[in-house]
Design a protein around this ligand. Sequence first.
Ligand code: SF4
Length: 508
Amino acid sequence: MDDSRVIPGDPAAPRPAASGCHGGRETLLEAARVAGKGEGLAKLLADYPKGPHDQPQSMCPAFGSLRVGLRMRRVATILSGSACCVYGLTFTSHFYGARRSVGYVPFNSESLVRGQLFEDIRDAVFKIAKPEDYDAVVVINLCVPTASGVPLELLPKQIEGVRIIGIDVPGFGVPTHAEAKDVLAGAMLRYARLEAEAGPVQRPRNPGGEEPKVSLIGELFPADPVGVSQLLAPMGLGLAPQVPTREWRDLYGALDCVVAAAVHPFYTASVREFAAAGRPVVGSGPVGLEATLAWLDSIGQAAVVPAAKIDAAKAHAQKTIGAVLAACPIKSRISLSGYEGSELLVARLLIEAGAEVPYVGTACPKTPWNETDRAWLEARGTHVQFRASLEQDVAAMLDIRPDLAVGTTPLVQKAKEMGIPGLYYTNMVSARPLLGAAGAGSLAGIVANQTRGAERFRTMVSFFEGVGKGPTAGYGFAGVPKEPPGARDRYRKILAAKRKAEAPTGEV
Ligand code: SF4
């Protein structure tokens, strides 16, 4: 072992090698602070404010960063974290069709505490950073290495021209996988911005025409940018590469815009880089008619487009989107929740198409970029819940009794148990356009299909009435499973004793 490098921070600091999502956020935060990660954590906590749920209620947040790296050409991604976390992350990435290897630097308690893990990461980075293969190598610290202060900032900034990007993406510092996409996208934009400021850089592979460009921020359905470029054309504007980009050189093209559009409103670090590059940033997005007209106004003004051209773009949008909305009405009561960050935009589109949407829950935070959408929805009687917990989403669904519950897996499961048609949010938005004229017509069909099944759900619920539920669900060879006699009583007593032991003195 080369002992010339040691990890910074107090060697006697708590090393939460056995902790993870369930290890206690405060313990991990404190460990990370003591281990020298205080400044980085403070930045994460400022960019991605918490509450009401502090721990992930969905997949591991680091998946967002992993996915952004894996979707880029000539970019290698290496994870540093507990084997169980890495197993889950690689499984998920291949489930979503990564078709790319995920690098992993394993560790044990000794290599973590003695600083060997950092040396091993460094060796791995030197081995993989070959300019003929890669433009950049991304290293992601998961919970335990972050809490232990593994100093990725001490990695070389580049090796033979291959950029090295080290980021901390702990579950106790980044609340959702959506925001974790921004951690990597923001770090890459920053690197690229500094490169562009220092001298000439590569052009994007498909630079497009010479017209001024708009950068869209957020992962979108592939047809969406096409629809948006049609909306922008009457103003003489084109589209720059979208962020997160699919290739390193696209980062320069994205920064070389006249205005950035934070269509997904949680890209705080990326927005900071556009602002540092002197680019104005516009919130909301071109969904439905009202939001599209307002968005075209904001984009046109930020890009200093003459009023006549803005009016021409709005007239074109009015004609195309208005016709589609009128042809595809939605007459349903819908509860909507998700963790993708586009929930408010989807709710606006549903309402404009005629749906009643009394509740929208998003796991993402309130930001300046979703403020107009929040105000628009609340003015129409929709309750908007930022940083919504699963419990809040379920309570809203029970209260509303919608024709269709759109949400995360556990919410949809609960809805179906009750005979309410349910649809996974991600399935609804990931397979169809949302923006422009194509988006205006895309949701009506799926809502109609799902709500048509309501009677079938009710029949199934009544058919299975009386069959075991919860701990007695399913059939075994010996019939419906039976509860072990006395188990509930024993468990109730254990919980009561635990509550009593934890209650402050004097309370029962
Ligand atoms: S890295 Fe992800 S899976 Fe692992 S402990 Fe942290 S939040 Fe949980």
